[in-house]
Design a protein around this ligand. Structure first.
Ligand code: ADP
Length: 258
């Protein structure tokens, strides 16, 4: 059941009456479940032909150098990139449908935040250097969290990947962690493009991308939706603070070891 509480006020804004509606949402849940199953099924069906298309294009490109002309090579390269983007989308959709249907297993242990930071930064050190972006992590030697190491590393990797997309030479990206009560706040802050206020709560929804990104080929618009599901599965929450032209700071909470 969903409970809706509607206050009825008079001209002076005093509440005179409160109407409570109990709504049976079983059918909505069923539709949601069917939608998830459908997405998961379609994604699985896409996977095999995509893999074979990718392999065929790669073979054409790699084994026929010399016998294909420049135009043909260019067309094949475009097809290869589209294939890779579609593959990424299928992976993301499968991840999301697994989490939404509660199929995701979290492998909890007490892990050092520094180790998570180390594993998350490593894949990007070269790219950041090439881009002229300073990627740093705060020293948090003694801090531990109760979490699934791989899932949290995935979330931070995703946030760094995004940050690198919206920063340029001279900008910086900083990972930090703070103990607050029984929680640990972990942040990825960049000094890049920033996100307009009206989009800040929407970007965690599926397929939402801001401005020019809507037409761009890179990214699926699913990264933050998956990140949010993963953090919520840990019992935490994730949010963003951002200012256009100044940068964005994504923060999420995790539990301390018990
Ligand atoms: P995508 O696959 O497009 O990156 P995400 O769910 O990860 O999907 O992000 C959704 C949108 O949020 C992006 O398309 C981008 O417009 C915006 N965004 C995410 N991270 C940042 C950031 N660090 N700086 C500016 N914009 C961002």
């Amino acid at each position: 059941f969903r409970i809706n509480v509607i206050p009825v006020t008079d001209k002076e804004d005093n509440i005179n009456l409160v109407v409570t509606l109990l709504e049976d949402i079983t059918h909505l849940k069923e539709v949601d479940q069917m939608k998830s199953e459908f997405v998961s099924m379609v994604s699985h069906e896409f996977r095999t032909p995509l893999t074979s298309m990718n392999m065929s294009i790669n073979m054409l490109l790699e084994e026929n150098t010399g016998s294909i002309n420049e135009d043909q090579e260019e067309l094949l390269t475009v097809a290869k990139e589209d294939c890779e983007n579609l593959n990424e989308l299928v992976d993301d959709l499968l991840d999301l449908s697994k989490i939404e249907s509660g199929e995701i297993d979290l492998d909890f242990s007490n892990v050092a935040v520094d180790e998570i930071f180390e594993a998350s930064v490593k894949p990007f050190t070269e790219q950041a250097e090439e881009q002229g972006v300073e990627l740093t992590k705060e020293e948090v030697e003694d801090l531990e969290v109760h979490a699934d190491f791989n899932k949290i590393t995935w979330v931070i990797t995703n946030l760094i990947g995004n940050a690198l997309r919206y920063t340029e030479a001279g900008d910086s990206i900083k990972l930090s962690a703070d103990k607050k009560g029984h929680k640990v706040h972990i942040s990825v802050a960049d000094t890049g493009a920033g996100i307009p206020k009206e989009y800040q709560h929407k970007i965690f929804d599926k397929f939402v991308r801001v401005g020019d990104d809507q037409d761009s080929n890179t990214g699926t618009g699913l990264g933050l939706a998956i990140a949010q599901e993963m953090i919520e599965a840990h019992g935490g929450r994730i949010w963003v603070e951002s200012k256009v032209g100044e940068g964005s700071k994504f923060t999420f909470t995790l539990k301390l070891p018990h």
